[in-house]
Design a protein around this ligand. Structure first.
Ligand code: MG
Length: 305
C-alpha cells in the first residue's frame, strides 16, 4: 500500500521512511504541505498519508482542510503527526479533517497499529464504494432482460431533453410493443415468454446506434430514445428495429415462434414534458395496432407522408 509522508524535518522523514518501508509500505515523501497536496490530488494518489502539523508552505491542518474540500468517493486516510499534544490541538486537527493523530515522539508499535487501523478503514470504504456502485447499477437495470429499466430510460430521456433544448437536436421516442405477446405466454408458458422478451431486448440493443438508447418500459413494452441532428436517419433506425424482430423466429422454450412489434413514434416539440411526449407516442402505437401491427406509426405524420 502506498503511503505519503509529509514532513519537513529531514531526519524525522528519513526515519519514518525507513521504518515504514520495513513494514512493507510503498512510501512517497514530501517536505512541505503544498507538494503533499499536489501528490494527494494526483489521479493515482496514495490512499493513506502521514502529515506533519508544522510544515512550510502549508501546514498539516490546512492540508487536511484542502484535501477534505474535494468531494470524492474514496477519500484518503489522513493521520496528523504532531508534537502539539494539547486537547485543543487534537480537536482542531480532527475538526480539520484528519482521521487520526499521533503525538511526537511516537512509539513505533503504536504507529504501526494506527496505520493498520487506517488500512481497515480504507478496506471498508472500498467495499462500501463498490457495493454502492453495484446497487446503483442494479437499480437502473431491468432484472429480466439486462437492458436499462424504466427509471433508467426515463432518466436518459430527461437528460436528452435538457441537452436537446440547448443543441436543437431532433429528439424522437418510440413506444414499442410486442404484438400478441399474450398468446406466446398463454401457449408456451411464461418462462418461454421471458426468453422471447430477453432476445427481443438483445436484438433491439444490437441494432440501435451507440448514442441511441432502449429500455424496458414495462411488461412487453420498450421505450426507444433517438437523438438525431436531421430528420433523415430516424425512420431508418426505427425500421431497423422493427425489421430485426420480424426477421427470424424466436426460440420460446422448445418451439420457434414468430414475433413482431408495433411502434408509436413521436418527435419532441421542444416544450412538452416527457410524460406528454410519451402520451403522444402511445396514441401512435394505438394506431399501429389498429392498422394491422408489425408497423410504425408517427405523430405528427413523418415528413414526406
Ligand atoms: Mg515540522
Amino acid at each position: 500500500m502506498r503511503v505519503l509522508i509529509a514532513e519537513d524535518d529531514v531526519t524525522s522523514r528519513s526515519i519514518l521512511q525507513a521504518v515504514m518501508g520495513k513494514w512493507g509500505y510503498d512510501v512517497v515523501t514530501a517536505s512541505d504541505g503544498e507538494t503533499a497536496l499536489k501528490l494527494l490530488q494526483q489521479p493515482d494518489a496514495p490512499k493513506m498519508a502521514l502529515l506533519d502539523w508544522m510544515m512550510p508552505a502549508m501546514d498539516g491542518i490546512e492540508l487536511c482542510r484542502r484535501v477534505r474540500a474535494v468531494e470524492t468517493a474514496d477519500p484518503p486516510y489522513l493521520i496528523l503527526l504532531t508534537a502539539r499534544g494539547e486537547k485543543a490541538d487534537i480537536v482542531a486537527g480532527l475538526g480539520a479533517g484528519a482521521d487520526d493523530y499521533i503525538a511526537k515522539p511516537y512509539n513505533n508499535a503504536e504507529l504501526q497499529a494506527r496505520l493498520g487501523v487506517g488500512q481497515r478503514v480504507l478496506a471498508l470504504q472500498e467495499r462500501l464504494r463498490r457495493a454502492l456502485a453495484d446497487a446503483e447499477q442494479l437499480a437502473l437495470t431491468d432484472a429480466l432482460t439486462g437492458i436499462p429499466n424504466r427509471r433508467a430510460i426515463m432518466a436518459r430521456l430527461q437528460s436528452e431533453m435538457a441537452r436537446g433544448g440547448r443543441e436543437k437536436a431532433a429528439l424522437w421516442v418510440s413506444i414499442l410493443d410486442l404484438d400478441h405477446f399474450k398468446i406466446v405466454n398463454d401457449t408456451f408458458g411464461h418462462s418461454a415468454g421471458d426468453m422471447v422478451l430477453c432476445e427481443c431486448a438483445q436484438r433491439i440493443a444490437g441494432v440501435i446506434r451507440p448514442y441511441d438508447a432502449v429500455g424496458r418500459f414495462g411488461g412487453e413494452e420498450f421505450l426507444l430514445v433517438l437523438s438525431t441532428p436531421g430528420t433523415a436517419l430516424f425512420k431508418d433506425a426505427f425500421e431497423r428495429v422493427r425489421g430485426v424482430v420480424a426477421a427470424r423466429p424466436f426460440l420460446a422454450g422448445q418451439t420457434e415462434v414468430t414475433v413482431t412489434v408495433s411502434q408509436g413514434v413521436a418527435q419532441w416539440n421542444g416544450a412538452e414534458t416527457a410524460a406528454e411526449l410519451i402520451r403522444r407516442a402511445d396514441e401512435a402505437l394505438y394506431r399501429a395496432k389498429e392498422n394491422g401491427r408489425n408497423r410504425i406509426e408517427y405523430t405528427p405524420q413523418a415528413p414526406g407522408e
